[in-house]
Design a protein around this ligand. Sequence first.
Ligand code: BDP
Length: 723
Amino acid sequence: MLMNKFIKFLFVSALLIHQTRPEDGYRLWLRYDLISDKNVLKQYTENINYIFCEANSETSSIAVNELRDGLTGLLGKAIVNKSGIKGNGAIVLTKNDNSNFTKSVFTKEELTNTNDDGFIIKTAFYKGKKAIVIYSKKDIGLLYGAFHLLKLIQTHKNIEKLNVHSSPKIQLRLLNHWDNLDRTIERGYAGFSIWDWHKLPDYIDPRYIDYARANASIGINGTVLTNVNSNSAVLTHQYLTKVKALADIFRPYGIKVYLTARFSAPIEIGGLNTADPLNNEVRNWWKEKVREIFNLIPDFGGFLVKANSEGQPGPNDYGRNHNDGANMLAEALMPYGGHVMWRAFVYSNDNPEDRAKQAYNEFKPLDGKFLRNVLLQVKNGAIDFQPREPFHPLFGAMPNTNLMTEFQITQEYLGQATSLVYLAPLFKECLDSDTYSQGKGSTVAKVIDGSLEKHSVTGIAGVANIGNDRNWTGHIFGQANWFAFGKLAWDYDLTPEEIADDWIRMTFTNDIKTKNKILSIMLSSRETVVNYMTPLGLHHIMGWDHHYGPAPWIKDKPRADWTSVYYHKADNIGLGFDRTKTGSNAVSQYHPEVADMFSLLQTCPEKYLLWFHHVSWDYKLKSGKTLWEELCFKYNEGNKSIEETINKWESLRNKIDQERFNHVKMLLKIQQKEAKWWRNACILYFQTFSKQPFPDGFETPNETLEFYHSLRFPYAPGIRPTW
Ligand code: BDP
C-alpha cells in the first residue's frame, strides 16, 4: 500500500516535471501531456488500462514503450505492459492472423487487404474482456498502429468503437537529406546536419533515436543520408561503418538508409581511370562496393543519383545514356533487393532549349529501358521547387518506367526558415493534377502509386528541412511540413486541412477556437507567399545563389538559365515566358487535353498565366484588371495577408505557451518585412518595363530600386558549397 502511494508520488512528480519543461519544440508532435479536459479524459481512462503485446521483437517493444509512455502521459495514470488478458481495457498488439481470437475479430478480407506496412485497429472482446486490438502483418505495422492510436487520443477522437484500416499507398516513403559530410546542409536552414560523422560510429547521439521515432510516427520508412551533390568519401569503408551505426539505430523503427552515389566514385576512391558504366572493371567495382555495403547493412535501401546535372559526373561523360548508368547500379543492387533512384532533374548548360523542356526530352525516349529496381525521381515541377509550378510533364509520359516524385520540404524558394508556409496545399496541388495520360482522372498520385500504369515499385521523396536546431526545423511551423509530407506519402487522399488539424492539436492545443485560428493561418499561408513572391505564374526571380529574397534583375551570368530575366522575359510589351507554339512549345510535352488548356490564354488557369504566356501589360484578366494592375494587386494581397496573420497570431497570446508564441511572432515580423521587400523590389523593377503608374491604393515603396538592387547577403544560410 505504502509502496503504491510512493510509486504514485514519483509518477505524479515525473508528470509535473515533464509538463514544466520549456516549450522549445523539441518534442515535435509527440508531446503526450496530460489531457486537461476531464470529460475527454474520462473516455480514455475508462477504456484503457494496460497493454498486452503478443509479438516479441525490438520493433514491437518500441511500440509497447511508446504506448506506455504516451498513454501514461496523456491519461495521467500508469499504463503498463502485462503478460496476458487481465480484465477490461487492454490494448492488444497482435500479428497472429491464425489465432482463434484474430479470426473472430477480423474477416479474411480485412486481413488480406492490409499490406505489409499497414494495420487495423478495432474495438473487440478478448476472452470476454473489452479491448482495443492493433493488428498488422509485420512488426512495423504494430508501431505504426500504436502511433495512430496515440494520435487519436492526442487529438481527442472518440475511441469507443474503433474500426480503422490503414495501409500506405506508396511503398518507399523517403526523406532526402542534402547533408554534407562536414555537417553543412545544402539548402538547410535549421542549423547543421544532425549526422555527426566525425563522432560516428562510436558516439550515438540520442537525437538519432528521436529522429527515427518521429519519422516512424508519420510512416516514413527510408532516409537518404547525404547530399545529391555527392561526395564519394561516404562510400569508403571508414564512412560505411558510420552509416552502419545509423542503420542499426533506424532499423527497428522501420527506416532503411540510402546513400547518394557519386558517379565518379570508381575513379575517386576506387583507383580506376574511368567510371564508364559499360566498362567491366567499373561494373565490378560497383558490384564489390555493393557487396561490402550489404555485408555491413543487410537491409541497405540503395542509391540516389544526381548525374550529369549542375556539374555532377554521370554516364554522359562517357557518351552513355542515363539508363546505362542507372542499370549498372541497379544490377549490382538487384540481388540484395536494393533500389536506384535516378534523378530526372537534369538540364544542360550548353543546351539552348527551354530548361522546362529538357528533362522530358532527355528521359522520355528512355521509357522502358530501366531495370525494374530503378525509380526515376522527378521533381514536382519542371523547373525547380518554385512557390508554384504546373506538374512536371514527365508524369504520365513514361508508362513503362517506375516514376517517383520529389518534393522539397526545406523552403529554399519559399522564405526559407523565417517564413510560415504550410506546404501540404503545394504537395496536394501536384498529386491531384490530372495528366490525362489515360483519360480523365489520370492524376500524378495514380502515376506514382503505380495503380495507373501497373507498377509494383513505388516511391515518394521529400528534401528534408531538418537540422540540429533545438526545434529541428528552424521555424516551428516547418515541423508541420515534415509531418504533412509523411502523412501524404502514406495517404495522398488526406486533405491539407485534415493533416493540419491533427498537427495543430498534437503540437499546440485542442482548444477549438485557437486550433481554428492556427488552421486558417496555415491554410492561407502558401497562397500568401505565392502572391507576394511570384504571382500569376512568375517563377525563378529570387536572389542569386543563396536564393534569398527577390532579384528579378539578375542577368548576364555564366548560365542564362540561372538568371531571372530568362524566366520572366519582361519587356515593354509585357511579361511572362511564352511556352506555347509561338514560343518554346513546352506545352506540347503534356497530353493534348492539358496542352490545349495551358495553350489558350482563355483557358490557361491564371495561376499559371506567366508560366506559359508572354502577356501584354494591358491584357485584361478575369478580374477586369489589366495585367499590370493585377500584378500590383496580388503583391499587395500577399502583404495584406501577412498583416492579417500577424493580427491573428497576436490574438493567440496566452492561448499558447509564451516560448512558442514569441518564436512565431518574431518570425512573422521578419516575414512581414520580407513580403514588403518582395513586393517593392518586384513592382519597382517591373514598372521599368510597364511604364505605368501604381494603381490606386498601392502603397508607394519607401525605397528605390537601386536600394533593393544593392542588398547583399554573403552569409545567407544553406548556400551550395563549392566542391
Ligand atoms: C536546386 C538547388 C540546388 C540543388 C538542386 C538539385 O538550388 O542546391 O542541388 O536543386 O535538386 O533547387 O539538385
